[in-house]
Ligand binder design. Structure first.
Ligand code: MG
Ligand code: MG
Length: 270
């Protein structure tokens, strides 16, 4: 595992916030009739206008700036010409690279009015992200975060995807440690000051089982039910979890009030 200096953490924060602003911009564009390819083009331009490079474009030969995964797609969906429809959900995962460091975060959006059961999936999955983040602190272990997310989402009857996991983040998009969304308390690698990770629950309304499309990328639920994905970049600072990314730009665009990030915000010095 690579432990970052305070200066390196600030550089990761800069890239993470470019992603946060990109998702905030997209929040105002995601509506019935819009294609994911349009969203992808907007995101690429926005990231470059902010002095960064798209983090996913070309990474492992991925063809686009955004991973866009509607409805039963879990992650890694490829942008296409299919217009969004009222009642869809759309997971948007985005990366940015600036000054040698990556940001990587994701949000699942509702397209217009959605099924209340699916709205609950989104809410519980997002809550589980913060339940996991609260366990990302010095001396805790990888299994503490995974257990917390698994326990919270299984209680709602959901399936926790196992084949895809969160990860360390820095000069590489994917660094050690792997951060599964399941696990056992007190097990796995131990967290220390300066570790930066992407925590990203991928939670299914039904079975945890997944399959992959022939495109070699798109992951979808085996039962065709909905899947949600929320991701934040988090550092351990003074032993505690500190958010480097934020959903504030999304909430500003959508007119949502939320205090969910307050416990994990950067502490301003007196
Ligand atoms: Mg991501
Ligand atoms: Mg990630």
């Amino acid at each position: 595992m690579i432990f970052k200096t305070a200066e390196e953490i600030e550089r990761i924060r800069e890239s993470a916030l470019i992603v946060s602003k990109t998702l905030g911009m997209l929040a105002g564009e995601i509506k019935p009739g819009v294609t994911s390819l349009k969203l992808d083009a907007l995101a690429e331009t926005f990231i470059r206008d902010h002095g960064a490079e798209p983090g996913f474009l070309g990474l492992y030969d991925f063809p686009n700036t955004l991973c866009v995964s509607p409805n039963a797609q879990v992650v890694h969906g490829i942008p296409n010409e299919t217009p969004l429809e009222e009642g869809d959900i759309l997971s948007v995962d985005c990366g940015a690279l600036k000054d040698g460091f990556y940001g990587d975060h994701a949000y699942t959006f509702a397209v217009g009015q959605i099924d209340p059961a699916v709205a609950k999936l989104l809410q519980v999955t997002k809550e589980s992200l913060y339940v996991g983040i609260a366990q990302f602190k010095a001396n805790n272990r990888v299994g503490d975060v995974g257990y917390a997310i698994q326990n919270y989402t299984k209680a709602a009857g959901y399936g926790v995807v196992r084949e895809l996991v969160g990860h360390g983040l820095g000069a590489e998009m994917h660094e050690a440690p792997e951060m599964p969304n399941y696990g056992r308390r007190g097990r796995g690698k131990q967290f220390k000051e300066g570790l930066v990770v992407a925590i990203e629950p991928m939670i299914n309304q039904g079975t945890r089982r997944i399959k992959q499309l022939k495109d070699g990328w798109t992951i979808l639920t085996a039962d065709g039910k909905a899947s949600a994905h929320f991701e934040h970049d988090v550092a351990i600072v003074n032993g505690q979890p500190e958010l480097l990314s934020t959903f504030d730009y999304i909430y500003e665009s959508l007119g949502i009030q939320s205090d969910e990030e307050i416990p994990f915000r950067k502490k301003t010095k007196q």
